[in-house]
Design a protein around this ligand. Structure first.
Ligand code: COD
Ligand code: ZN
Length: 374
């Protein structure tokens, strides 16, 4: 029996308040309104950003359903939706692509004006489609994937190849694309170059994959945790170092190791100090440093402007600079063509009901990416 046009009752992981555990609840998901799409989620990854909402590092309204890295199948569409139809395999997009705003129309831009980076927690019409125990539940970054069903705006959905394995390509919805794009699209790493990647979590490893795919000849991984080195080396790092093993600044260590040839550096930790370290570590004149890690909110940075005066380029990107609706289907095609391997990034697969165990794995540093299946 078709569920189109009807309210769907299903299970979701609700965050009722700040610093509280996920609560698996029965929720009601309203049908999609005009230009909206209701999706059945097949698989969703756990990203640190979801935890930032739980702990308050990212401002959100509560109760909320987080999760933003998923694969699903379209259950039904609202009036006027033309780019997807029921049954299509899709990836929800936390950076939308409306194709009308200045960022969307500029070939270099990707941060669509419809992105919910301020925690509005509602869809384009200003309302939510989730109800639980008689209360409205807020959306998260236009996606909300820790639920069996969600509703998103048409600008926040990409149709992908039906043959793509849901529990793998969900990583293209955030972690993988963020790192891989930082290297090939934002950094524009050139063949034969030397790169240094600060932070070897799932996103840092994806930066390494991007540097390798762009033809970098030397890729130096940097992490305090040496347990991260083995995977980094397997994915393309040519050597790895821990700042703990040195007393001098890491920029000097890298300069000595490479004869002062580091062209690209990437900060994939989200700390202010390492952002400046990474900037100082790229070549004084022609180096480029990319900020990939989200900075802590409301924190200011102080740095020596000489670092820039001499010619370095300092940039950042959200979602690897990809234009989400255009590029996500292409990244899925590239995955199916074996241009990169996502298996190496997936350390754990758990049933959705074990979401809290997935977050424990994140806190312990044992997981790279945990994927929850439905
Ligand atoms: N020096 C070296 N390594 C360090 C240091 C340090 N001072 N501090 C921590 N590390 C290492 C840790 O040991 C760890 O291995 C790594 O840095 C960080 O990895 P993870 O596993 O914690 O995190 P990731 O890779 O999953 O993601 C980290 C980001 C900072 C990239 C992420 O939190 C983020 O900010 N994402 C990008 C922002 C964005 O686009 N957000 C929107 C949706 S996510
Ligand atoms: Zn994320």
């Amino acid at each position: 029996m078709s569920t189109a046009g009807k309210v769907i009752k299903c299970k979701a992981a609700v965050l009722w308040e700040l610093n509280q555990p996920f609560s698996i609840e029965e929720i009601e998901v309203a049908p999609p309104k005009a230009k909206e799409v209701r999706i059945k989620i097949l698989a969703t990854g756990i990203c640190r950003t979801d935890d930032h909402v739980k702990k308050g590092a990212i401002v959100s309204k509560f109760p909320v359903i987080v999760g933003h890295e998923a694969t699903g199948v379209v259950e039904s569409i609202g009036e006027g939706v033309t780019t997807v139809k029921p049954g299509d395999k899709v990836i929800p997009l936390f950076v939308p692509q409306c194709r009308e705003c200045n960022a969307c129309r500029n070939p270099e831009g990707n941060l669509c004006i419809r992105s919910d980076i301020t925690g509005r927690g509602v869809l384009a019409d200003g309302t939510t489609r989730f109800m639980c125990k008689g209360k409205p539940v807020y959306h998260f970054m236009n996606t909300s994937t820790f639920t069996e069903y969600t509703v998103v705006d048409e600008s926040s959905i990409a149709k992908i190849d039906a043959a793509a394995p849901a529990e793998k390509v969900c990583l293209i919805g955030c972690g993988f694309s963020t790192g891989y794009g930082a290297a090939i699209k934002t950094g524009k790493v050139t063949p034969g170059s030397t790169c240094a990647v600060f932070g070897l979590g799932g996103v840092g490893l994806s930066v390494i994959m991007g540097c390798k795919s762009a033809g970098a000849s030397r890729i130096i991984g940097i992490d305090l945790n040496k347990d991260k080195f083995e995977k980094a080396l397997a994915l393309g790092a040519t050597e790895c170092i821990s700042p703990k093993d040195f007393t001098k600044p890491i920029s000097e260590v890298l300069s000595e190791m490479t004869g002062d040839t580091v062209k690209y550096t990437f900060e994939v930790i989200g700390h202010l100090e390492t952002m400046v370290d990474a900037l100082a570590s790229c070549h004084v004149n022609y180096g480029t440093s990319v900020v990939v890690g989200a900075p802590p909110s409301a924190k200011m940075l102080s740095f020596d402007p000489m670092l820039l005066f001499t010619g370095r380029t300092w940039k950042g990107c959200v979602f690897g600079g990809w234009k989400s609706r255009d590029d996500v289907p292409k990244l899925v095609t590239d995955f199916l063509a074996k241009k990169f391997d996502l298996d190496q990034l997936i350390s754990h697969v758990l049933p959705f009901k074990n979401i809290s165990e997935g977050f424990e794995l994140l806190y312990s540093g044992k997981s790279i990416r945990t994927v929850l299946t439905f």
